[in-house]
Design a protein around this ligand. Structure first.
Ligand code: PEP
Ligand code: MG
Length: 763
């Protein structure tokens, strides 16, 4: 594709994303496509799921009156044919085609050339984009390629509108949609009903919604403060770089010039005075200026467009910060955002957070893991949930099924409230299990430990009957600092955990940063972070960090009965095992020489990379224990990013390949007479517990929240039954079949209380 075409595509997509409504977006598409392709007519038909018909939704070139009034059945006309075949149709004489539909109000007989392409999102045809020409000629291959490319890029906009109820609204503009459901994936189980609070971190100017200012004076003040901050930043940067040649510094001076040139800032102020909120006013003015520069097509001026955008982005960053600090958190906050982050959770006053909805991320994002630890229901990857228009509205978060209900009706609210009561009752019943042993009906003990990361987790874990810590994510205390914590600071945190759990065993994982876990003060920028500098790879390259951590762990263990188990993340080769063990021994020697009376810690390896599965036996020979990190193991075995909602349905911990790997690791550890645990999320699910018991895992480590339910399951099954279930599951082809089968078996054995409601047989 030529540069000009790419440029056209980029601009159209940008304008469509910046449109203030779905209707405006459609109008932008048809007018921009018509001019980019120099064609006489461009129209869009959008599938209305309610009626099953394609609505004539936007048009440029003729018959504007038919928009919103005409709709075409899926088996009618050429538009229906494009949808049916899910392929482009290119004709030089459309009216002579047998499927041509004669609709007098459309006046299409005069147009001979026809090119229609489907708009497809996630395998579903959502609409049809059509261009027409009066003359009898075929659109050429370039036209076809252009329209297909554009349609693929616009499909997400249409899908978003469909989910937000905007498509029905095209026909009935005032319809108030009740009980609109959005689907994501379960991030943390449970149900919450509460008030939506939208967080907009680091999003781009394009997606700032237009909305009315609640308090014009306050918005003006925020704008001034934000601009003041940006000015200070620029001045500081300019001073810091004073030794650089002038050309390198002009950028900052250019920014300062733009800020001092009152025209730009004045324009933003004007819009606020007319009632727009500061972020919306900023977006409008900056995008208008950017576009004006971009259209000049002079390379120097195009660069100015990038400068204006960058400046606007910086002001936006501060506006958001200021606003977020001022936020009044409702008592029943449902936090919703494009990408909800751990830092956002920390901003909310204790006890006010009821639920989380994140457009991005998946069940294994660290925010989801944190939500489970906090026992806050969460839905991740809800890509279609709109962020505009929901603020302050009631939302229902169904963390069991990964569903969000916006604008819920009274009956739906009562339904969910009843489910919440049921859950509460079961939880109360489970409290009685606290002091009972975790053993199967035929007497097999299975240790239930916890995954932990925040000091606040300790009490809850012990209250829920944790028998040890199976995974202490040490990176969490590192994340809350603004520099590496000192050895003594680390020792104090680790000691707190060990003392609280003494004499129970405590497994401390060495720093596992990289991937999606970043330290603000130690940025790692990589193209492909999950395959990059992560976990043990970082700490072996920085032995000073590794040593201070291990020394702190060993010191924290002094004088306690608790067995210290040091665990290494992301191991993918034997040399890493050898090098790390050498450092652990050295740390122990040093600490002993300093006069501490400490035992040699146990050392273990996390099996979370396929290479480690195949070398599990050799690794087990060298270390004291193995622990499977099934979250990463699933991601790496299936080549499915654990945070990417686009592929979330493919992320399956009970995939037959993953189950085989789990079985191999357990066998390898036992062959070397070493203990083996599992600390990924699978261990905390009823189905996972059954499978892991069957495979002989000695330790299941999970978020404390899941522990009572898992103990209940273990006390209701026998190893024999579990093995029978596993044997059959391993003969099955895919994860869905396996999950359905295990759940059916659980129902057969009277464990239906832990089986999701939709999997229960109808009564
Ligand atoms: C895992 O990968 O399964 C694991 C327990 O570690 P984390 O989720 O912290 O990567
Ligand atoms: Mg991991």
């Amino acid at each position: 594709m030529t540069n000009g075409v790419l440029e056209d595509l980029r601009e159209i997509v940008q304008d469509v994303n910046a449109a203030s409504s779905f209707r405006a977006a459609l109008n932008t598409i048809v007018s921009r496509v018509r001019s980019a392709m120099s064609t006489e007519l461009c129209s869009i038909y959008i599938l209305d799921r309610g009626t099953g018909k394609f609505q004539f939704a936007a048009n440029q070139g003729s018959n504007p009156d038919a928009v919103g009034r005409v709709s075409i059945g899926p088996d009618e006309g050429l538009v229906g044919l494009v949808a049916e075949r899910a392929e482009p149709i290119n004709l030089d004489d459309a009216p002579s085609h047998p499927r041509f539909l004669h609709l007098p109000e459309m006046g299409e007989e005069a147009f001979h050339a026809f090119l229609g392409v489907p708009i497809i999102h996630r395998r579903r045809v959502l609409g049809v984009l059509v261009v027409r020409q009066r003359e009898r000629r075929r659109f050429d291959e370039d036209d076809e390629a252009f329209l297909i490319t554009l349609s693929a890029q616009l499909a997400a906009v249409v899908a978003h509108a469909e989910a937000a109820g905007d498509i029905e609204a095209l026909a009935k503009p005032t319809a108030e949609q009740e009980d609109t459901r959005f689907t994501g994936v379960s991030g943390a189980p449970g149900i919450a009903i509460g008030t939506a609070l939208v967080m907009h971190p680091g999003t781009t100017l394009e997606i700032v919604p237009d909305k009315a200012a609640e308090d014009i004076a306050a918005e003006l003040e925020m704008l001034d403060r934000a601009i003041g901050h940006v000015r200070e930043d620029m001045e500081r940067a300019s001073r810091r770089l004073s030794s650089l040649p002038d050309e390198e510094r002009v950028l900052f001076d250019a920014y300062l010039g733009m800020l001092d040139d009152d025209a730009l800032v004045e324009e933003i102020r004007e819009r606020i005075l007319h009632g727009e909120w500061a972020q919306g006013a900023l977006k409008q003015v900056i995008l208008e200026h950017t576009r004006a520069f971009e259209e000049m097509r002079d390379s120097y001026l195009r660069e100015r467009a990038a400068d204006v955008r960058e400046l606007g982005q910086r002001v936006l960053g501060y506006l958001r910060d200021i606003r977020q600090r001022k936020v009044d958190f409702p008592e029943d906050t449902i936090l919703i955002g494009d990408q909800v982050t751990a830092a956002m959770l920390a901003d909310i006053p204790v006890g006010r957070l009821r639920g989380i909805v994140s457009q991005r991320g998946s069940a294994n994002s660290h925010v989801a893991i944190l939500a489970r630890a906090l026992d806050v229901p969460a839905v991740m990857g809800a890509v279609d949930v709109p962020l505009y228009g929901v603020e302050q509205n009631t939302l229902i978060v169904d963390g069991f099924y990964g569903q969000v209900v916006a604008n819920p009706s009274r009956p739906v609210i009562s339904h969910y409230a009843a489910l919440m009561d049921e859950e509460r009752e079961f939880a109360e019943e489970l409290e009685d299990l606290r002091d009972l042993p975790s053993a199967t009906r035929d007497g097999q003990r299975v240790a239930l430990w916890v995954n932990i990361g925040l000091v606040g987790d300790i009490t809850r874990s012990l209250e829920l009957g944790a028998e040890g810590i199976g995974l202490f994510r040490t990176e969490v205390p590192f994340m809350t600092e603004d520099r590496f914590p000192t050895e003594e600071e680390q020792r104090a945190v680790y000691r707190e955990h060990m003392e609280a759990f003494d004499p129970r065993p405590v497994t401390m994982r060495t720093l596992d940063i990289g991937g999606d876990k970043a330290l603000s003060y130690f940025p790692i920028t990589e193209e492909n972070p999950f395959l990059g500098w992560r976990g043990i790879r970082v700490t072996l390259d920085h032995p000073e960090i590794f040593m201070s951590q291990v020394r702190a762990m060993i010191k924290a263990n002094a004088g306690l009965e608790a067995v210290l188990r040091i665990m290494l993340p992301m191991v993918s080769s034997m040399s890493e095992v050898h090098d790390a063990r050498r450092l652990v021994h050295r740390a122990h020697r040093e600490v002993t020489e300093e006069g501490y009376d400490v035992r040699q810690p146990l050392t273990g390896v996390m099996i979370e990379v396929p290479a480690a599965v195949y070398q599990a036996r050799q690794i087990a020979k060298e270390v004291d224990f193995l622990a499977v990190g099934s979250n990463d193991l699933t991601q790496y075995m299936l080549a499915v990013d654990r945070n990417n909602p686009q592929v979330a349905p493919l992320y399956r911990e009970v995939h037959p390949a993953v189950l085989r790997a789990l079985r191999e690791v357990s066998k390898a550890a036992h062959a070397e007479r070493k203990g083996v645990g599992i600390c990924g999320e699978l261990a905390g699910t009823p189905e996972g517990a059954v499978l892991c018991v069957a495979m002989g895992y000695d330790v299941l480590s999970m978020n404390a929240t899941h522990l009572p339910k898992v103990k209940w399951v273990i006390r209701h099954v026998s190893v024999r039954d579990c093995r029978r279930i596993l044997a059959r599951a391993l003969r099955m082809d895919d994860a869905d079949e396996i999950l359905r089968f295990i759940r059916a078996e659980m129902v057969r054995n009277g464990l239906d209380r832990v089986v999701p409601r939709h999997e229960l047989p109808e009564v």
